[in-house]
Design a binder for this molecule. Sequence first.
Ligand code: PLP
Length: 390
Amino acid sequence: MDKFIPLSVPNLKGNELAYVTNAVETEWVSTGGPYVNEFEDKVATYVKAKGAVSCQNGTSGLHIALRVCDVTKEDEVIVPTLTFIAAVNPVKYIGAEPIFMDCDDTLAMDADKLSDFCHNKCSFIQGKLINNNTKKHIKAVVVVHVFGNMADMERIMELADEFNLVVIEDATEAMGTYYMKGNYKGKHAGTIGTIGVYSFNGNKIITTGGGGMIVSNDKELLRRAKHLTTQAKSDELYYTHDEIGYNYRMTNLQAALGLAQLEQLERFIEVKKDNYDLYQEGIKSLKGLRLLKFREDIRPNYWFYGLYCDNEYPLDRDDMIHYLSKKKIQSRPIWGLINEQRPYLANEAYKIEKAKVYLEHVVNIPCSSNLTKEDVLYVLECLKKPTRIN
Ligand SMILES: *Cc1c(COP(=O)(O)O)cnc(C)c1O
């Protein structure tokens, strides 16, 4: 095949051009235009949250989420080690310290280890979870729904209730994922914890170029989020500011893209599901390969596909990436573990085991919503007859 097959790229064939053109023609290009509020309302409605506050990207959304949940530099925050580093950096922006937790087979935070850590390595004193090691207050946990799967929110919320933890859901990869069963039936990723954040970066399931959205069912948190993302201006005319704010609001141009993308989200998920099923069908019969599954009690958004290469397959992770790249297929390993990154070497990491195994074996394969059936069949063809390339 002559065509290059990218990993995950935007799909902008709906009303994007029409809405952006309208924003330009009406000269509403900055944060003031009508699309921004409309996009916030539509996202809130789609995920069934009480409200939504737009921002420049997922990272700034997570920064604000920590701020409005009153995480301070005195606190510690439990975070996953197997995820994109933007889930954790905002903890450091605040001056707080992360504690790294392992993943389970969903790739999201391991609820058993979280429980062990809270019960055995901490003390619960006067309503506060105190780290025995540092004597600091662990105020929050950042849960990431990796690749559009869902973390075990039932268990995590139980622990959060038991230990008075704020739950910040990094749902940047999981817009459209929701529970089909259990206590949280019908609840979307991002709307179960205290506050949730989506990202509309170019590689996410819908994109605004760069953009993000904070959602919550707590109106007061949303009010504070809007205040902080818009320079904390308490008087429009006289420009009085009651705290240090940020210039984090989304622009009308971004929101124009977002509205057009949101209209297509369910269709993108259908395409991603069909392609996932097609991959699954082909990979089933290949010795040494398996496709990572999504939880059975959810409707996933099928954002990213994880291909697990075990030792029976002729190629290891890096040979696989190299081989696919020669075949013009883009793939990549999951992220380097965050607790092993230079800025985080001094931070506590609790029994990191599974994350290492998944990192060593998983390759992400093409999953864009404009990936065709022919593309998938070609990737499968290549996986069938691997050759080591030196
Ligand atoms: C994409 C992503 C982010 C950051 O979103 P941006 O919009 O790129 O800032 C944060 N966390 C995770 C897990 C992500 O995948």
